[in-house]
Design a protein around this ligand. Structure first.
Ligand SMILES: [Fe+2]
Length: 314
């Protein structure tokens, strides 16, 4: 049997880095070791992924890939890639002093549909900046650390999630700023052309969904604090104020530094996250920079919630 040379090194405080591989061929033993590491750690970092082929081959070790449902978001050369970054980027002004592009509040991917994707692997081709971290929060570890009385309180709780809370002036519980607005044309740095004719995605066809506050991971069985902070509207069965207080408490808890790996990108880094277990966020970078990245998405979806309409009919 071929000997695996993979080395798994824990990251601080969660996740792990995988090294000791080359090329795009992975043996069954290596695939098994990779999947075990992913199940154990939930986030895996790979460095030196220097070709699209290697990114695809590595991604496929964890399952089939999906083509993004929105045609405009697919890479022209390979529909399995979802390009991120690069001009034109919209700049936003945070707390009237910090102008950034690419900032994204805490969320799970597609956490506004009954089914959520299993995971994604983001590869940065050209980092071009020392800023622009990606933050990844372990919601299984966050759940484990909750006081018992809170675990009991949220065990059967459900909440309404929707897509619209990702708007540019977002001020909900998943942020870490007090004010946010689009930059005016005259606020763009010299030499950076403000983007024109921006086509915002049409989300009008997406109906809200009902999610459980606690989700059992389908492979590990671990309880995950299943809030997608950017998508929360409110908990069912409680007053608006009570819901807001609980959301604020839980979101603050789940993004505490002890549960969050912060990744500083270098060229050809790739990070794979388990979307059922981890939430993630991006803290953005100056508008004078244009990072290039590509994402693959694992096709094996998990049924996590149900459309809001079915609740009204019950
Ligand atoms: Fe995301």
């Amino acid at each position: 049997m071929a000997q695996s040379t993979l080395t798994i090194t824990p990251l601080d405080p969660v996740g792990a880095q995988v090294s000791g591989f080359a090329g795009s061929d992975f043996s069954p033993e290596e695939k098994q070791a990779l999947n075990q590491a992913w199940l154990d750690y939930g986030v895996l970092l790979f460095r030196g992924i220097d070709s699209a082929e290697q990114h695809l081959a590595l991604s496929r070790c964890f399952g089939e890939l999906e083509i993004h449902p929105i045609k405009e978001l697919r890479d022209e050369d390979n529909p399995f890639f979802f390009p991120l970054g690069g001009p034109p980027m919209v700049a936003q002004v945070y707390d009237e002093q910090d102008i950034r592009v690419g900032r994204i509040p805490w969320h799970r991917d597609t956490a506004f549909r009954p089914e959520i994707c299993k995971g994604s692997m983001l590869r940065v081709l050209e980092a071009r900046t020392s800023q622009g971290e990606t933050l990844l929060g372990d919601t299984a570890a966050a759940y484990d650390a909750l006081p018992d009385e809170v675990k009991q309180r949220i065990e059967t709780l459900e909440y309404i999630a929707e897509v619209s809370h990702g708007s540019p002036d977002y001020l909900g519980p998943a942020n870490w700023w007090k004010t946010a607005r689009m930059a005016r044309d005259d606020e763009y740095p010299e030499g950076v052309e403000p983007p024109r004719d921006i086509q915002w995605p049409d989300n009008s066809g997406l109906r809200p969904v009902i999610y459980p506050a606690v989700l059992r991971h389908p492979e590990s069985g671990r309880a995950c604090l299943f809030l997608s902070p950017m998508n929360i509207r409110h908990f069912l069965g409680m007053s608006e104020q009570e819901s807001e207080e609980l959301v604020t408490y839980l979101v603050r808890h789940m993004v505490e530094p002890r549960f969050v790996y912060r990744h500083h990108w270098s060229d050809n880094d790739a990070v794979l996250w388990d979307n059922r277990r981890f939430i993630h966020a991006a803290n953005g970078y100056p508008a004078t920079e244009s990072r290039l990245a590509q994402r693959t998405t694992l096709a094996d979806k998990m049924h996590a919630g149900r459309p809001l309409e079915t609740v009204a009919a019950e």
